[in-house]
Design a protein around this ligand. Structure first.
Ligand code: TXD
Length: 319
């Protein structure tokens, strides 16, 4: 059986990390696509030279030609520009919307059967626009944000509780940004919900509130520290977990930006909700019971995404 083919549209900081992870995990052959001259081929060659040491078999190719993504099983999109200190994710909308148009047309022409994971910010609007431009079915186009945001949340919780990250699960819903909604009731250490852990004296509500706030601004904290660019190790690792669930039909349950058709009272919008990812792409949307506070937070998130889409439609009359 031929190897899977993973196309990375955007071979920058996240794209290069995606390529390294996908190749080292032998998920398939990897195509790095970028408009930058030479860089994708340089990264492909450099990674290929890591293979004998690490011991993985994967073909890697850099390209500027969309024809080279033909037949990709998975396409992961990071093309665009990242934030600089002081910028919000929404500030990227004008530039990155144009990029999504070019990428969507490339996917439509050369990889219409791929499972597409969008990472480019502002994520909730870019994944919606990418789906519109590509014309793929909604269950085959998702956005990566919730896995990253919940990973950040899980890291902070594991640090606070002094337990293995392996036993910490966390739930974040809603948009990727300050409006995200971490759900404490569904976050656990080995199945013990966080509110119970607080009652058991493992932490305090104040410390949990501070961790929620730090999770919400987790991206900005790294942008500030790096000085140029944004996070890329955890974003890439998160998207790879989603791609693996698709390629191996693992049916994992992840918080992702997915197309809603009435779930959570939302119609024809991409927003972060729990979904199951399997060989069909979005195998199903998981509707969890939200308490009043989570419902209110989720609605704020939905409204913020809707505003971004209004801005997108104003910028591109084809949307
Ligand atoms: O959780 C999330 N979804 C976010 C997403 C987490 C972190 C970063 N987030 C966003 O991902 C970030 O705000 C950016 O919008 C993307 C990519 O971030 P990255 O750090 O990888 O940016 P780079 O290193 O600048 O890489 C972007 C590449 C770069 O090599 C450009 O030459 C290329 O995109 N690019 C293009 N490729 C193809 N086609 C077009 N038109 C194009 N324009 C730029």
């Amino acid at each position: 059986m031929a190897r899977n083919k993973i196309a990375l549209i955007g071979a920058g900081m996240i794209g290069g990390t995606l390529a390294h992870l996908a190749a080292a995990k032998e998920m398939g052959d990897v195509v790095l696509f970028d408009i930058a001259e030479g860089m994708p081929s340089g990264k492909a060659l450099d990674l290929a030279q890591a293979a004998p040491v690490e011991g993985f078999d994967a073909k890697l190719k850099g390209t500027k030609d969309y024809a080279d993504i033909a037949g990709a099983d998975v396409v992961i999109v990071t093309a665009g520009v990242p934030r600089k200190p002081g910028m919000s994710r929404d500030d990227l909308l004008g530039i990155n919307l144009k990029v999504m148009k070019a990428v969507g047309e490339g996917i439509k022409a050369h990889a219409p059967n791929a499972f597409v994971i969008c990472i480019t910010n502002p994520l909730d609007a870019m994944v919606w626009a990418l789906r519109e431009f590509s014309g793929l079915s909604h269950n085959m186009v998702v956005g990566m944000a919730g896995v990253l945001d919940s990973a950040r949340f899980r890291h902070f919780l594991a640090e606070e509780f002094d337990v293995s990250v392996k036993d910490v699960t966390a739930f974040v819903l809603g948009g990727h940004g300050d409006t995200m909604v971490p759900v404490l009731e569904y976050s656990t250490v080995a199945g013990i919900p966080v509110p119970d852990l607080i009652k058991m004296g493992w932490s305090t509500q104040e410390k949990m509130d501070a961790i929620v706030a730090r999770t919400r601004s987790g991206g900005g904290e790294i942008v500030q520290l790096l000085g140029n660019g944004s996070a890329y190790y955890a974003p890439a690792t998160s998207a790879i977990a989603m791609a693996e669930s698709y390629l191996k039909d693992q049916k994992r349950l992840f918080p992702c930006a997915a197309h809603l058709t009435g779930q959570y009272g939302v119609d024809d919008l991409y927003v972060g909700v729990p979904i199951v990812i399997g060989a069909k792409g979005v195998d199903r949307i998981v509707e969890i019971e939200l308490n009043e506070a989570a419902k209110a937070g989720f609605q704020i998130s939905v409204d913020a995404v809707k505003e971004l889409l209004v801005a997108c439609k104003a910028l591109d009359e084809s949307l």
